[in-house]
Design a protein around this ligand. Structure first.
Ligand code: GRG
Length: 298
């Protein structure tokens, strides 16, 4: 029953995000049409919207306004979609399938895909730097800083650089963890923190607890991604399965083996739950999302 309620909530937020993204992305019939069409192609109708869901769930802790959370969610999803477009390009992972459809550079062309990433990234910052009703300017500045830090050299882009340099190398566990904390974990962590910046101020202890949750769940997301890459099929994932092993990429599965990687995902999930102990029922959505992230099948 509780699970049904969660699925209803998740579906409603996913629909709300689709509507917000439709509105906040540039119109397809407005010049330059090809770029705008490709930005919409890469962002709309696809993806689980995990980062916006985390921002909405964290927003519940602080009674944040849904309109502001939708804008924060759209910014997060634009950064995430840009990273997928660039990651799929021939100079990086060179993949042809993403979110169940041809990758952006295949459906359009490489130059357009490069520009899609650039334009989605800057659009994200345009969105979160516009005034938000009821949110202090200082909080918005903190949000902008958090998103920039999580996306750049000390976050996602840095993690991607380590990933590209690690192919075929036997990474140690701390090295693998560092790479994933940056590449995947940083934006997931930022999603939680940014949602919580859109409402009432949390105490220092609450912020610390939420950050501990966000870090654990960011890492759990990646461990599960590694497991799915070797256990799920391409049709279910909507992206090419088995790529990590084929590209000789170090993963939690290659380092620990499947059973131990599964145990690690469960441990991280339990640690994430424990971090939320001090919050009341307002943290229930975050807990349900943690369950979903660890139990998901794609
Ligand atoms: C190009 C700067 C730059 C960074 C790329 C995110 C990333 C860094 C690469 C994607 C490669 C990858 C498969 C990473 C593993 C975790 C991950 C981000 C999976 C995709 O995210 P989901 O599952 O995707 O949230 P959907 O499609 O549901 O949005």
């Amino acid at each position: 029953m509780a699970n049904e309620t969660f699925i209803g909530w998740m579906t409603a937020i996913q629909q709300q995000m689709e509507t917000a993204l439709e509105r906040l992305l540039p119109a397809a019939d407005c010049a330059p049409q090809r770029l705008h069409q490709a930005m919409r192609y890469a962002t709309l109708e696809g993806g689980k919207r995990v980062r916006p869901l985390l921002a909405f769930a964290a927003g519940e802790l602080v009674d944040a306004k849904p309109d502001n959370l939708a804008r924060i969610g759209a910014a997060l999803e634009m950064i995430h979609s840009y990273s997928l477009v660039h990651d799929d390009m021939p100079c990086m992972d060179n993949d042809v399938l993403r979110r169940g459809k041809p990758t952006c550079h295949v459906a359009f062309d490489e130059a357009t895909a490069l520009l899609v990433g650039d334009a989605l990234q800057t659009r994200a910052f345009e969105l979160i730097s516009q005034p938000m009703a009821g949110v202090a300017v200082a909080s918005q500045l903190e949000m902008t800083h958090t998103l920039a830090h999580a996306s750049g050299h000390a976050g996602m882009a840095g993690g991607q650089a380590i990933d590209l340099a690690s192919v075929g190398l036997p990474l140690s566990m701390p090295e693998l963890e560092f790479m994933h904390m940056l590449k995947t974990g940083a934006l997931i962590r930022a999603s939680v923190l940014m949602g919580a910046m859109a409402g009432r101020e949390l105490s220092a202890a609450e912020k610390q607890a939420l950050d501990a949750f966000a870090k654990r769940i960011g890492l759990a997301f990646q461990v599960v991604d590694d497991i799915l890459d070797c256990e799920a099929d391409t049709a279910t994932l909507g992206k090419t399965a088995g790529k990590d092993a084929a590209h000789d990429k170090p993963t939690y599965v290659s380092l620990l083996g499947l059973p131990e990687a599964k145990r690690m995902a469960k441990d991280l999930h339990d640690q994430a739950f424990a971090a939320l102990q001090g919050f009341g029922p307002q943290a229930d959505r975050l807990k349900q999302l943690a369950d979903y992230i660890v139990a998901r099948s794609f």
